[in-house]
Every structure is written in C-alpha cells, then in structure tokens.
Design a protein around this ligand. Sequence first.
Ligand SMILES: *[C@@H]1O[C@H](CO)[C@@H](O)[C@H](O)[C@H]1NC(C)=O
Ligand SMILES: *[C@@H]1O[C@H](CO)[C@@H](O)[C@H](O)[C@H]1NC(C)=O
Ligand SMILES: *[C@@H]1O[C@H](CO)[C@@H](O)[C@H](O)[C@H]1NC(C)=O
Ligand SMILES: *[C@@H]1O[C@H](CO)[C@@H](O)[C@H](O)[C@H]1NC(C)=O
Length: 718
Amino acid sequence: MAKHNIFLFSFACLVFSSITLLSCAATQIGNEYIVYMGSLPKEVSYSPTSQHLNMLQQVFEGGNIENLLLKSYKRSFNGFVAILNDQQREKLLSMKDVVSIFPNQNFHIQTTRSWDFLGFPQTIKRNPIIETDLIIGVLDSGIWPESESFNDKGLGPIPKKWKGVCKGGSNFTCNNKLIGARFYGNSDSARDETGHGTHVASTAGGSEVQGVSFFDIAKGTARGGVPSSRIAMYKVCGADGRCSASDILAAFDDVIADGVDIISLSLGGQSAEDFVDDPIAIGSFHAMENGILTSHSAGNDGPGASTIISVAPWLFSVAATTIDRKFISKLILGNGKTLTGTSVNAFPSNGTKIPIVEGTCSNGLDKTLVEGKIVLCESRGNEESAFQSGAYGIVSSVEESLNDVAFVSEMPSTNLNSKDFDLVQFYAKSTRSPEAEILKSGILHDTNAPKVAFFSSRGPNPLVLDIMKPDISAPGVSILAAFSPLAPPSSRIGDTRKVSYNIESGTSMSCPHISGIAAYVKSFHPDWSPAAIKSAIMTTANPVNGTYNDLADEFSYGSGNANPLLAVNPGLIYNITKDDYVQMLCNYGYDDEKIKQISGEASSCRGTSDPSLVKDLNYPALVIPVVPQKSFNIKFPRTVTNVGSPTSTYKAIVTPIPNVKITVEPNLLPFKSVQETKSFVVTVVGSVGSSQTVFSSSLVWSDGTHNVKSPIIVQLTS
Ligand SMILES: *[C@@H]1O[C@H](CO)[C@@H](O)[C@H](O)[C@H]1NC(C)=O
Ligand SMILES: *[C@@H]1O[C@H](CO)[C@@H](O)[C@H](O)[C@H]1NC(C)=O
Ligand SMILES: *[C@@H]1O[C@H](CO)[C@@H](O)[C@H](O)[C@H]1NC(C)=O
Ligand SMILES: *[C@@H]1O[C@H](CO)[C@@H](O)[C@H](O)[C@H]1NC(C)=O
C-alpha cells in the first residue's frame, strides 16, 4: 500500500502534473494579498480605484501608497491586490466593505475521437446562426493563434455583443475565430508556451481540421464541440504552469464584462477552499450572476476519496473518463514472444532487436550500463532518467488498474502490467543475450470504456457534503487536440520534437468537452440559466463504469458521461436562481453581512441559518450523509420546470436500495404548458449497514419520451 501511494505521489508530481493540472504545492508569493469586496456598488459615481486607495491610505497611515495597490478589480466585481503585513491585513478585514482577504497563492493548469464516442458526430444537427454568435472564454496558459484549429474559414464578422479586445502582445493577431486575447502576471504575450491552453481551447471550440495526427497515430479530424463558435483566451498561467489567484480573478473580472457565453477553466488549487477564499468560486459566482456557466476540471488527485477541488454548487465540475480508443505499444522479445503495453510511442522500429538490461531505476541509472539499450524499470515515471542516460528505450511495470492512461514518451517505451513485466524479467534473467523490439503505437478498441480515469479527483464534497461533486464526466484520457510548437510533446526537456497536435490526459481535457457541450445546448436555448444548462446535461447523462476503489459510483463520475444530443431536449430542468444559491450559503453558515457583500444586494437570509437545509438547494442530485446502523428520515423538496412538450405527464421511477424506502410525493406530474413548474418531495427513510460506503439509487421522471435522471446517493460518514 505504501509503495502504491509513493508511486502515485511521485507520478502525480513529477510526470503527470507537468502535463495537465495541479502541481504538488501551492506556493505563496511574498505577502501579496487579495482583498475581496464582493459585488460592485450600483451607484454610477462610484470609483473602485479611489476607494481602494482610500482604504490603503487608512491602513498605511501616510507614505506612498500608489505602488502598494498592485491591481484593482472593477469591471465585474470589487476588490484589489496589495502587499500587506499582518497588522494591515487585520485592519482592512475590520472594514465594512471587505468580504475576505486571502493570500495570492498559485494555482496550476490541469483531446478527436472523443466527440464521436460521446455520440456527437460531425454531422450532428446544429443551430448555426446562434452557434456562430457564441463566445467561449478560456482561462489558461495562452494560445497558439496560428494553429489550424483556430482558422476562421466560413465564419462571419465578430458577434456584436463582444466587448473584449485582442491584446495578445506583439506579433499576436486575432481573427474571426480567435476573437479576443489578454494576458496577466509576468507574461508578455498571450502566446502559449506549454501547449495546455491551445489544447483546451481547440477541444472546446476549435474549427474542424482534417487529417491531423500525432506522428500518424490516431489520424482523423480534429474539432471542438462547437466548431463555429468564437474563442477568447485569457492567459493566466505562465510557462511554468503556475497561475496566480490574483491573475485568475483579474481574468474573471474581464471575461464576464467582455460578454462571453461559457467559461472554460482547466486549472485548480491544491485543495478545496472556503468559497470566500477561493478565487475560482468567487469569480464563477459573479459569472453565474451574469448568466455565464463556468465549466471546471475536478482535479487530478484521484483516486482517493474527497480529493475534488471544484466544490461550489454554481460550478460545473468535470471528471475524466476513458474513450474506446486505447494507445498500445507492443514489445517483441528475442524469443518471439509478444506482449502488449500502453504508451504513445511515435518511434517506429527498424526491425533490429535491441539488448535489454535491468535498471535500478529508482536510484538513477548507470549510463555505461544502459546506453543504447532497452531498460527494464519496476515502476512508471523513469523515462526522463532513462532518456538522459542515453538508453534506447524503456519498459516499465504499471499496476493494471492504473494502466488505462497512455502518455506521450520521448523515446521508444511501453508500460506492461506486472504479470507481463515479470515474464520479461524472467526472460532477461534466463537468457544470455536478452533482446527485444518496441513497436510504434497502435490503437486498440477498449470495450470497457467509458471508465473513470484513476487520476480523476473523487468526491464526496469535502466542503458541503450535501452537494454532489463531481457533477459530470467527459473524455479526458489520450485526447488529440491542437498544441503549441514551443512545447515538447512529452513535456520533457530534451524532447526536441515540435508538433501541432498532441495527445494529452487530465481533467483539464475533460473540462473543455463540457464547455463545448454547454455551448451546444446554449445554441438551442440561448435564454437558459447556467443551472438549467447544467441540469439538462446532468439529467440526460449516460452510465459510466467507476472502479479503482470502493468509492466508485457517482462520487467518481457524477451523473455520468455527458450526452450532448439528449441534453438539448431534457424534458424537465432543475432551475436554480442566484437567490437560491444565496439561501444555500445562508444555511451553510454565512452571516448576513458576508452574503450581502457577495450578492451585492440588500436581500438577506430567510429564516435562521440551518445547515440541514443546505440539501434543499434545487440540485439535480440528492446526497444523504448517514451514520451506519442509525435510522434516518430525510425530505428533499425539489421543483422542476417543463421545457419539453406543453402537455405531458411525468411519472417518478425510483431504483430501490435494500433497507431504504424512497418515496416521491406526488409521483405524477401533469403539465399543461411549457415553463410551468411543479414541486415534489423525495423522502428517504431507513438505515444501512457498513458493508459499503456508498449506496446509489436514482430518481427518473419519465413521460415515455424523456427520462430525467437524478442520482440519489446514501453515503456513510465515519
Ligand atoms: C511571429 O510569430 C510567428 C509564430 O511564432 C513566427 O513564425 C513569426 O516569424 C513571427 N514574426 C515576427 C515578425 O516576429
Ligand atoms: C536500427 O536501429 C538501431 C537502433 O536505433 C540502430 O542501431 C541500427 O543501426 C538500425 N539498423 C538499420 C538497418 O538501420
Ligand atoms: C431559470 O431561472 C432564471 C432566473 O434565475 C430564468 O431567467 C430562466 O428563465 C429560468 N428557466 C430556464 C429554463 O432557464
Ligand atoms: C467495468 O470495468 C471493469 C474493469 O475494467 C470490468 O471488469 C467490468 O466488467 C466493467 N463493468 C461494466 C459494467 O462494464
């Protein structure tokens, strides 16, 4: 077990995170603090900057404060960034208008067969006139504007509603596809040095490009979810993959005011933070208030429980699953035996067998021993040292359950399950001149897909137990999408290859799939609220295979794999207004003053704060935390809005859980018009043993055509 954890840890920090999301530590920059002040006052005469300076004046008592105000947020919400000591911080915190003060820490960045796999072919019915007016705002590591995926062939002029700019730095031009760019922090352009932002943006909204591949592997058409939509890039992450909280907030301030329709956010911190201290929760709250849904990666810290970092109910938190295309690389031993491992290995073999040596890989490799040879390593993650030592190739052993994910390697490589690896080791030990050949990658049809990737962060929600997280899942393993030629495709120094398309894995890759699907749904329903779009995608999702630990189920994949076709016509939706979220925060324990400043309105909490009412938020999923052997009786009020046929009757169908009684009252909902709402109560009564940690069921409202499905999860706490 210990070995397993160490392996996962070093893997996550050294190899994986550099490609996709989240690194090992969120570092604090000096003593820069973000002073968050909630919504902007509505008075026209209000000047945020002068108030910010005024406040600093009060805490610094003289001195030149101009240089201390590092940044003011003033377009979509109120706040500023300043260098503060403990005393000054306390003094500011005591001021009436300050909601919270938190350190400016770093966040980290986390592809096209996947669309077909989701049942979303190129020929899908689209709503071209509206789709071409949709703008996806991507907060990431920048973009490669010359990529074919951002060509603007066939696109009309920039939508009139666009209020943004193309300020990507020198030698950076936008077009009718990539309509906007901004950069923050230490960057001097919005150009992408890591490939991450280019990959993410092209998955969400890239144009159709035929005949792309990674060195002829996985050849096909690359396209985003909404190929005729527009893209705006907000570069908040630098070449090192770090993205500061203050830059993320600055980008939210801009992206909301610029007039985008959907925000795609494939980055995250190290752990779930209280909402008022989390720039992503704050920024996305204001986006929601402005009718913009934020799609957010769940994190890459799985498969442990409660590793999810995206926890706010107004975020759309996305887990990563496999698709039916698996990248394999074969190993042919000198004795003719052939073994199949996983890898994205672009190096063809010329048919010559290469000598094999066993490496002491964890202690560094002896160059004289391994040079020109194939090294056997007991664990994955030693490619870099093998490469630096001049080895020809590498064969690693990987626990089978972690071997769904193939990574791009900078040298011939394959990753075998331990049984096959043992065979190779035995062969190497028992043969005088052991040798082998590693073949270039091929593709295997994976009938087990979709399956949740081991790295995908799991629930339950570490902050608000009653809100199911993640919400949804989408392809995030071995995704082919556009890339930056400045970045090595394996993300390793020494890999000098330059590619326009690359294969990457992470919840960073699944998030833009959901951004694209949300935009697709919005192209049919431009007036739907962010919660309505989210509900439509959640209640129509397809089943997914969990696995990897006993916390499989909904806490790994949410409602399931998004199904874009069904999501356009969900029948009923669970709507949530801003006031509903505010009421939930009240029950969660936020006081009037905090709420008022976040929501920017005088309206405050209804009744006294009651944590047991957090579950009453009209979420399209029900979570019931219970103590084993203790009986419970929980009532969930919910309201649905008819968005299907005007006259229809929905019947409740509940899947049973042993020793638990689930009733729905009423269990028939007759509708007479579109937009009509009906309320009902789900009562869950019983007691469960501790044989499992999670018992899943579901409520489906069916009118014979639409099946509106919500997970019901009975979750054992301690
Ligand atoms: C602008 O950037 C592109 C892409 O890196 C490069 O090919 C071109 O030479 C640059 N032009 C100038 C004038 O720097
Ligand atoms: C085949 O590849 C190996 C390893 O790169 C090399 O040593 C050998 O000379 C090549 N053989 C031929 C016939 O090209
Ligand atoms: C959901 O609620 C919002 C108000 O928050 C409203 O504008 C919208 O029409 C409602 N229904 C749908 C389907 O979005
Ligand atoms: C889920 O995946 C596991 C492991 O690959 C497999 O054994 C099992 O049959 C799959 N279950 C379903 C329902 O596909």
